[in-house]
Design a protein around this ligand. Sequence first.
Ligand SMILES: Cc1cc2nc3c(=O)[nH]c(=O)nc-3n(C[C@H](O)[C@H](O)[C@H](O)COP(=O)(O)O)c2cc1C
Ligand code: SF4
Length: 382
Amino acid sequence: MSILFTPFKLGGIQLKNRFVFSACEDNLAAEDGSLTDNAVKKNARLAGGEVGLIISSHMAVHPSGRNVIHQPLIYTDAAIAGLKAMTEAVHEHGGRIVFQLGYSGVVHNPTRGQDPFAVNSLPEESIREVIKAFQTAAERAVKAAADGIQLHAAHGYLINQFLSPYFNLRTDNWGGSEENRFRLLREIISATRKVLPESKLLLVKLNTNDYTRTPGITPSLAVNYAKYLAELKIDGLEVSCGTTALSTWYVCRGDIPVPEVLSMFDPAARPQIEPALRKMQESVKFSEGYNVEAARMIRPVMGNIPLFAVGGWRNVDSMENAINNGDTDLISMCRPFIREPLLVRRIREGKTSASSCTSCNRCYVAIRKNIPVRCYSKGLPQ
Ligand SMILES: Cc1cc2nc3c(=O)[nH]c(=O)nc-3n(C[C@H](O)[C@H](O)[C@H](O)COP(=O)(O)O)c2cc1C
Ligand code: SF4
């Protein structure tokens, strides 16, 4: 039997295989942040397709930390019933689901007209409010019967900003040294752990490279942060890279769909933007399992804590090799499951040995177009 279909113990939870659906903003929440039936159905289908662990779409823990208009919100008790319908549907189909909790920070959809907190202007009182917001969101996740939470500390959102010497220019207790930059994540872990029963997972998604103009998180800094996370005994670490605001194409390596991206900008600005996009294409070319090298650096400091690299898994052979080599414990994928929610089952049945996702990234552009995220390989709607 392929190693991919061997069970795996993650914290207190037994996963039936090594496949994880990495968090995926799907624009399937209503404008008030409540989940729609389509969001419930999407996750039930993934569970029925035998994905071992689903990480939910990025949920906002505070009104000022929203990212996109159709993002699920978890900052009021009113959200619990809809979220519970989703977890129950996943469980009925034999799946597991953790909620990804995040605070968008610098990346914020201005159409909401709300000011996000920004790392360098947040007063102590607001930092405390953010920590509390993560804690109450974790409590709601438990009430909604989630199998745990994943703290979104990657992709340039608020926690990543605190961790990054590029974004974080603070000189108080929350910046200026590695320990201080790590403080926000440490405090959020400690606050959320207090409300999570032992049986629930506490996972973290961390950048191993911010790809900012001057160094933010780099692989060697990520190793140090991973060491702190191992000491805090989290249940698992997912490693990614890139920041949505400044280095977005590193998050999702592949093709930059230039015409579709340009269509979102004012026509007058397009002539300046187009050459920059074309120039960037070379640096963000697709490669199989593109975060695995960073995972390999981090592995020695993680002890027994499971590690999962996300980014660019497309071929069963390379997935198996990465697990057999000890580079990653789980195979975390996003775009392949957008394209084929039943991919795991098809692999198990021997119907395919590779994802058919071409990494064209049109689904990624769909997030910012505020339309439902699905495979748009044949083109986005005009
Ligand atoms: C449409 C789309 C939505 C995404 N939404 C999230 C998200 O909510 N949270 C997150 O941490 N990453 C998000 N990502 C990044 C993925 O989780 C993953 O890190 C990235 O797509 C690389 O993996 P892949 O090659 O398997 O797609 C998203 C990616 C895509 C394409
Ligand atoms: S639009 Fe489809 S083929 Fe293109 S990256 Fe997304 S899932 Fe893959």
